[in-house]
Design a protein around this ligand. Structure first.
Ligand SMILES: Nc1ncnc2c1ncn2[C@@H]1O[C@H](COP(=O)(O)OP(=O)(O)OP(=O)(O)O)[C@@H](O)[C@H]1O
Length: 247
């Protein structure tokens, strides 16, 4: 997907504490940014700012030159979609959720991916789409939420530890599906090998230092150049692209 995502001077204050400030980066196309840092430093809150689920205390976001206000928040969330880490505690089935998500005005007329193929690629049986979310294992629910998020074709996917509940085989499947999605990926990871395996930029919080990592996996597969530098309701939703306008 052809897009340019710009973050300038982002700042988050929580109570009386400054979590981070002056965070700056620009990502284009299918570039990846891994967000790292100690537990509790503010990585999840950082992704929530990018999705406009919380308010920043400073800074600016732009997608293809336009701000969230220019798009309107529901349209922004359809384009810049957050996939939470926490276990989905959502009524109904993934198929029902996917259907409902597509009914939002902000989703109407947008392109779609092939959900059954994505489910397959993630090593799941199609039957999971019609099982209650609450009956899925943590690893199944995590992969189904990722499949739905990719199928909704955002420009930017915000992933909160997307492989935390996966076994090693599933980790590789998730990584492949996300790499192939064409989305700009902003990805919280506690696995230091993940950025090295996939390549991309690494943003270390709270300081905001940016580092480039060469993509070892792509180099091994011969599939790319490794020579360059290297509240609320929505909190329970499996994909923030379907957050109603009022939230
Ligand atoms: N809704 C909230 N209200 C008050 N404090 C919060 C809220 N959400 C998070 N915090 C606090 O903000 C800080 C950052 O939380 P956050 O979840 O962003 O950390 P994190 O870096 O993602 O942690 P982890 O790696 O453990 O998931 C923590 O001190 C946390 O307790």
């Amino acid at each position: 997907m052809d897009c340019k995502f710009e973050v300038q001077g982002l700042k988050r204050i929580l109570g009386e504490s400054l979590l981070f400030s002056d965070i700056n980066f620009t990502l284009s196309g299918s570039e990846r940014l891994f967000v790292t840092g100690p537990s509790g430093v503010g990585k999840t809150l950082f992704l929530r700012l990018l999705a406009c689920l919380d308010e920043a205390q400073g800074g600016e976001l732009r997608l293809n030159g336009k701000t969230p206000s220019d798009y309107g928040f529901p349209a922004w969330r359809a384009l810049v979609t957050y996939v939470p880490q926490s276990r989905v505690n959502f009524k109904g089935t993934p198929a029902e959720f996917y259907f409902q998500a597509q009914q939002f005005a902000s989703q109407k007329g947008r392109p779609r991916g092939d959900l059954p193929t994505l489910i397959n690629d993630l090593g799941l049986e199609h039957v999971v789409l019609n099982q209650a979310w609450t009956e899925l294992s943590g690893g199944q629910a995590q992969r189904v939420a990722i499949a739905i998020a990719v199928a909704l074709r955002p420009a930017v996917l915000l992933l909160d530890e997307p492989t935390s509940a996966c076994d090693q085989v599933s980790v590789r499947r998730v990584e492949k599906v996300l790499q192939d999605s064409g989305c700009t990926l902003i990805w919280i990871s506690h696995d230091p090998e993940q950025p090295s395996r996939l390549g991309g930029k690494v943003l270390e919080l709270p300081g905001g230092t940016l580092t480039d990592i060469a993509p070892a996996l792509l180099a091994e597969a011969g599939g790319g150049s490794a020579t360059s530098s290297s509240e609320r309701l929505e909190a329970r939703l499996p994909v923030s692209a379907a957050v109603p306008a009022g939230l």
